[in-house]
Design a protein around this ligand. Sequence first.
Ligand code: ATP
Ligand code: MG
Length: 373
Amino acid sequence: MVLRELELRHFRNLGVQELHFPPEGVAVIGENAQGKTNLLEAIYYLESFRSFRGAGDGELCAFSRDVFHLKGWVDGNSPATVSAGFDRKRKRKKVSVDGSEALRISGALGRLGAVVFSPSDVELVTAGPHVRRRFLDIVLSLNGNGYVESLSRYRKALAQRNAALRANAPTPAVRAWDEGLVVHGARVTHLRHAWTTTWSDTFETYCTAISGCDSVGLAYRSDLWRGSEVFGADEEEVGERFAARLHESRETDLRRGVTTVGPHRDELLFTIASRGRALAVRRYGSGGQRRTAALALRLTEAATIRRRRRTDPILLLDDAFAELDEGRSLRVMSLLREEGTGQVILTAPKESDARLRGPFLERWRIREGVIEA
Ligand code: ATP
Ligand code: MG
């Protein structure tokens, strides 16, 4: 896909601007704290309708304003006009595709087909399991299959069940939520597991290609299958197993006042093989291995978009390789080129960084939020 045009209104420090992007992309160069990440955040907002930095919508409004608006024109195999706005006072978010308001945000997700690479990606490896579950939730939400709906229904059932447990409600009042939990939870678990098995080889190949040495593996872990048990192949089997585990853990759940099994406890694991054992990269990996694993995960995300939407993803590279050595960063760029990249929008504090990653891209400057083409 290609982002043709972007209209910004009071998003962070970016003021009111209209930008026309070259189809191959652009390198945006500016010193620290000028608004480079803000620009990529604005673009990705039109893909996911939230901040990729985890900021609340209220924080995205310019300090002196209560409302922001964004509008993007996207070209490619499924052209669209996507717009989004947020009113801080009324706490109201409005999203439209091709001029008509989306009743559910889930129906408007993923129109750009964009992936963000950012220096904070290393947290995908080093932070707690919830960060990796969120990664899976975002990738799967943006790529169809009804994942978003299942996830939101699962979360609702889970919240209700936990409330009943906390309130020491009688067993039938707790069990009332089990069916919803199992149906939607099985779908969530199955889709996450299926994504991981589909892409783990690709992920490993990327790791090897980037680091040029030892590879890192990717695996989905769920308490439904313990130790060396083989993960259930279809959704039905996952559901049966989940129902059985819920039954087993009811006593524990009642005692602790919280649901102790289910996809909200699962983990996406990065592993390194050492003498026949799989060690967690999070614990045992070197700094370089962690960064490599995070990059490979983003590349895998890009590959998912390429396959699911039959289009090259828009790459948003936020000073992405700041901490990589030159060899790795060149290998990543050449991988991206080999796989076929669409538009590349990259930011860098210095011209010399941009030269390495996007030698042929047009240069724009950014200063105090103002972009000059
Ligand atoms: P770096 O190179 O350090 O990553 P950057 O160019 O990516 O810098 P950004 O994070 O995009 O910088 O922008 C930071 C600037 O945006 C800061 O000056 C900050 O004060 C300003 N800013 C952040 N949120 C808002 C907001 N809601 N309204 C106005 N300005 C904001
Ligand atoms: Mg930045």
